[in-house]
Write a protein that binds this ligand. Structure first.
Ligand code: CAA
Length: 240
């Protein structure tokens, strides 16, 4: 029987590439998304991967979403916590809502989803959880106290949860992408982005599939001895 995976934010950007990489690896993938129905329909038509709509910042919705996927595809073996948003601004301009939305989605979503899948993974003595952190959670970034705090939290969350899963066959790892060619990065003002790219030793933005291959490895049978680790994929921009 194929392994079953949920990829949050799995219909666009890095998440789409992860959904595809896992499918190529023979995994039955459920791609979660929160808002963009049209993109999700296009994604399913193009890839044959089913899309499931719920908001990862909503605890009850995560429990219900995981139950639905389990009923339709089977028990969830792999969780990729990829869903994330930005609400950038210096702290002078950042509202409490901008802080809370990012914390609830980017970090709260990891808790909500892990809480829903972890008991089953432990019972079945096999599981893979990959959390998508960020270079900006490692190094900080001007205008991102919310995002950097949430992503930094993901790295701590990963190390703590990995200790709870290790003896039960459940690995928990993080990937810290640098600046990847996605809609999220395209939203950075062009002059700011130009300065950022100039500081990337590899000399370009990353591509979503370059993150996805790392995720696919961590989710594979061969990844069983890797846990509690963070893989930085950032073109050399930050060496951690
Ligand atoms: N270091 C120091 N000063 C900086 C700075 C930096 N990195 N970036 C901007 N500034 C300064 C500017 O020079 C300007 O200074 P002056 O007023 O003296 O000219 C000032 O900050 C601008 O401040 P404002 O309050 O006017 O800021 P703003 O509202 O115009 O925009 C910003 C600020 C929203 C942070 C904008 O600079 C921005 O979008 N920066 C990019 C943030 C970023 O990298 N986000 C990543 C998104 S992608 C992602 O997050 C994915 C991932 O995981 C990598």
């Amino acid at each position: 029987m194929a392994r079953v995976a949920i990829v949050t934010g799995g219909t666009r950007g890095i998440g789409e590439a992860i959904s595809l990489a896992l499918k190529e690896q023979g995994v039955a993938v459920a791609a979660n998304y929160a808002g963009n129905d049209e993109k999700a329909r296009e994604f399913t038509a193009r890839t044959g991967i089913s899309a499931y709509k719920w908001d990862v910042s909503d605890h009850e919705a995560c429990l219900a979403g995981v139950e639905k996927v389990a009923a339709e595809l089977g028990p969830v073996d792999i969780l990729v916590n990829n869903a994330g948003i930005t609400r950038d601004g210096t702290i002078l301009k950042m509202t409490y809502d901008m802080w809370k939305q990012v914390m609830d989605t980017n970090l709260g979503g990891c808790f909500n989803m892990a809480k829903a899948v972890f008991p089953g993974m432990r019972e079945r003595k096999w599981g893979r959880i990959v959390n998508i952190g960020s270079i900006n959670g490692q190094a900080g970034q001007y205008g991102q106290v919310n995002y950097a705090a949430a992503k930094s939290g993901i790295h701590g969350f990963t190390k703590a949860l990995s200790q709870e899963g290790a003896k039960m066959g459940v690995t928990v790892n993080a990937i810290a992408p640098g600046y990847i060619d996605t809609d999220m990065v395209a939203a950075v003002p062009a002059d700011v982005l130009e300065k950022i790219v100039a500081k990337i030793p590899v000399g370009r933005l990353g591509q979503a599939h370059e993150i996805a291959r790392g995720v696919a490895f961590l989710c594979s049978e061969d990844g069983g001895f890797v846990t509690g680790s963070t893989l930085s994929i950032n073109g050399g921009q930050h060496m951690y």
